[in-house]
Design a binder for this molecule. Structure first.
Ligand code: AHM
Ligand code: MG
Length: 336
């Protein structure tokens, strides 16, 4: 139930709020709000519910496995990657205020309308992050980021290449043992749980804060020999200091654990991916906004992730995020 529910009215012990009513209530705080933004969140919510249903039914509907093609980044596409991408395009496509949609699965951003045609926002997403885990029923997720459309810029790639600091909203939907949406609009972090029976995301928590003091790291340690020295020194130090390790290999699930329990998530540069593996615009930036809004830190090597000026749509970056105390334990061993 919500933290901010009125507790002094005997007939309203705890409010029941859906994602929709929560966003609409927040919008009333902005006198000039037009409702366009709420429509975008509602489209993301509809896509999330649809994808949740498809993920749950995947084996029954025989849509597990790869389609036999690769996406623009040379990664094997799972059937559900393609399906989730289509669901998002269908849900977002009709929202009149969206100028540009950019997906991890598509080579180019899709221009829906110009600024003069009412395009006010850009929506970027990774439709189904961690999809290589689908066959084993591990939690996967949709990550999204909302930016303002700069109608002065005619080039769609340049339009979406904005610093993470400029995100209007960001979050993710985790398709796990329950379906959870985590959302920030720059005013703290809210969490919603999908009630399958009534088809609604219900508000369960506002003002989420990452707890400190959890000596846990989340990294693909099998690649340790490929990591730069600082990360290897950190791991050695962590081994000697009673740390625990948790790694699912599904960023949404790993970061959600960090958000709820504390600790640090790391995807360093490797010999195979010297610039890191995770995408700045679809993965690192939205997660960095959520984590910072929850009181945590997010860095890409020496730079605050949200301050990086993107130069290309599918740019990759190293990722280090989590509770401030645990992130600092890594950072003090990295150069810069
Ligand atoms: P994807 O977007 O193609 O699913 O890849 C991203 C995933 C993340 O969810 C996860 O953190 C990472 O790849 C795991 O990579 P690795 O298997 O190299 O540890
Ligand atoms: Mg991904």
């Amino acid at each position: 139930m919500t933290d901010d529910a009125p507790r002094d009215h005997p007939l309203v012990p705890d409010n029941l709020a859906s994602l929709q009513s929560h966003v609409l209530a927040e919008e009333t705080l902005f006198p000039n709000a037009t409702g366009d933004f709420s429509w975008i969140i509602s489209a993301i919510s509809l896509a999330g519910k649809t994808i949740a249903n498809k993920v749950r039914r995947a084996r029954l509907d025989d849509v597990l496995g790869s389609v036999g093609t690769e996406n623009v980044q040379g990664e094997t596409q799972q059937k559900l990657d393609v399906i989730a991408n289509e669901v998002l395009l269908r849900c977002l496509g009709s929202r009149g205020s969206i100028a540009v949609i950019a997906s991890e699965e598509d080579e180019e951003p899709l221009i829906l309308r110009t600024g003069s045609e009412g395009g006010k926002y850009c929506v970027l997403f990774d439709p189904l992050d961690g999809s290589s885990n689908l066959d084993i029923a591990v939690g996967v997720g949709t990550i999204f980021s909302v930016l303002r459309n700069d109608s002065e810029i005619a080039n769609s790639e340049r339009t979406v290449c904005q610093k993470g600091l400029q995100q209007v909203a960001a979050g993710y939907i985790l398709y796990g043992s329950s379906t959870i949406m985590v959302l920030t609009t720059g005013n703290g972090v809210d969490m919603f749980v999908l009630d399958m029976a009534i088809g609604s995301f219900l508000h369960v928590k506002s003002g989420l804060q990452i707890p400190p003091g959890n000596h846990t790291y989340s990294v693909n340690e099998a690649y340790a020999e490929q990591f730069p020295t600082g990360y290897r020194t950190y791991l050695q130090w962590a081994h000697e200091n009673g740390y625990s390790s948790r790694y699912i290999g599904s960023m949404v699930a790993d970061v959600h654990r960090i958000l709820m329990r504390g600790g640090v998530f790391i995807y360093p540069p490797t010999r195979r991916n010297p610039g890191g593996k995770l995408r700045l615009l679809y993965e690192a930036n939205p997660m960095a906004m959520v984590i910072e809004q929850a009181g945590g830190l997010a860095f890409s090597e020496g730079e605050r992730t949200l301050e990086i000026q993107p130069t290309e749509l599918h740019q990759r970056v190293p990722v280090l995020l989590g509770s401030p105390d645990e992130v600092e334990c890594v950072r003090r061993l990295l150069p810069g």
